[in-house]
Design a protein around this ligand. Structure first.
Ligand code: SF4
Ligand code: SF4
Ligand code: SF4
Length: 322
């Protein structure tokens, strides 16, 4: 996939800060795709199993002690319409034509769950000049430290999924984004959205096992019944299973490769672009930024050396021509 203008801007937005923080020499190293953290955990969201009940949104608010958001109940189905400093997880609806058929692009409807994707190589982490955003080296969760944050909003600009939200109304504003309920994980629990999902559309678990499960689902015969884990899966968990009708999947696990891979994986019956997910390159923006900076650095190095030599000679009273 080619690098688009928007991707370039996001990559350079994230990368500019990276360069400033690390210096040009660090930017010379072109990055490989990042490996999963040893105990990487994440979420598999399967839109074909989602009934749009929004229990995950309520579960998220409860788990994170977030306030209710006042929106116009009559205005639209998506309520609230997007992530905000009060809402870390939203279910958004797709509808087309008569909207009668679940998970069909034409005359159909479907859902998508939006929150932080917990990228393997997160550009928000690279863009933050004070390391207020960090990726946990053990479980890969991308966390936020409000005490370190200076409110510059570089993470907002750098995020390819438009996730971090700024607290505009506060005198000392902070950034808000899903932290995979890390305070619950520390106590051995699972994320609030997954523990409250009744259908198995959102399941928590080790990322490698979630990916295996996602691949398994893509091999199932649509229309037949199969068993699907509910709430969570993985070793040491007493996983419950639901028998459900297999949906028609688009053959794509969103997050497996986008921007270097993410710890949140998505399956759907409607193309992800229609569901509002950005069409992104496989290389992470951090890696792309390194490449852009490397090219700029390479191109700039020779003129800078010549300029430096000229300045030196002039300062010594020598003729530049000599
Ligand atoms: S989705 Fe955005 S906020 Fe979340 S880890 Fe990736 S870059 Fe950071
Ligand atoms: S993992 Fe936690 S913070 Fe993130 S969307 Fe789910 S409930 Fe909300
Ligand atoms: S709780 Fe589960 S089924 Fe209900 S909206 Fe959220 S992901 Fe979909």
């Amino acid at each position: 996939m080619q690098l688009k203008r928007r991707d370039f801007l996001k990559a350079t937005a994230g990368g500019g800060l990276l360069l400033a923080a690390q210096g040009p020499v660090a930017a010379l190293a072109h990055k490989e795709k990042k490996a999963l953290a040893p105990n990487a955990v994440g979420i598999l969201y399967d839109s074909t199993l989602c009934v749009g009940c929004m229990a995950c949104m309520a579960g998220c608010k409860q788990a994170n002690n977030m306030p209710v958001e006042t929106t116009d109940m009559l205005a639209r189905w998506d309520n609230p319409p997007d992530l905000s400093a009060k809402t870390l997880n939203v279910i958004k609806r797709y509808i087309d034509g008569n909207g009668l058929n679940k998970d069909q692009e034409t005359d159909g409807y479907g859902f998508i769950k939006r929150h932080c994707m917990h990228c393997l190589d997160p550009s928000c982490v690279s863009a933050c000049p004070v390391s207020a955003l960090q990726k946990d080296p053990d479980n890969g969760v991308v966390s936020y430290d409000k005490n370190a944050c200076i409110g510059c909003r570089y993470c907002q600009i750098a995020c390819p999924f438009n996730i971090p939200k700024f607290e505009w109304h506060s005198a000392f504003p902070k950034i808000f984004k899903c932290e995979l309920c890390r305070h619950i994980l520390q106590k051995g629990g699972i994320s609030g959205c997954c523990s409250s999902c009744p259908t198995g559309a959102s399941i928590f678990g080790p990322v490698d096992e979630l990916l295996t499960e996602a691949k398994r689902r893509l091999t199932l015969a649509p229309g037949l019944h199969d068993t699907f884990p509910v709430n969570a899966m993985g070793a040491g968990r007493n996983t419950k299973y639901n028998s459900q009708k297999v949906g028609h999947y688009v053959p794509h696990i969103y997050g497996e490769n986008e921007v270097g891979g993410t710890q949140v994986l998505l399956l759907a019956g409607i193309p992800f672009g229609k569901l509002g997910m950005p069409d992104l390159p496989e290389e992470s923006f951090v890696s792309l930024a390194d490449g852009i900076q490397y090219a700029i650095y390479k191109g700039m190095a020779y003129p800078l050396i010549v300029l430096g030599a000229l300045v030196y000679m002039i300062s010594k009273g020598e003729s530049p021509k000599e």
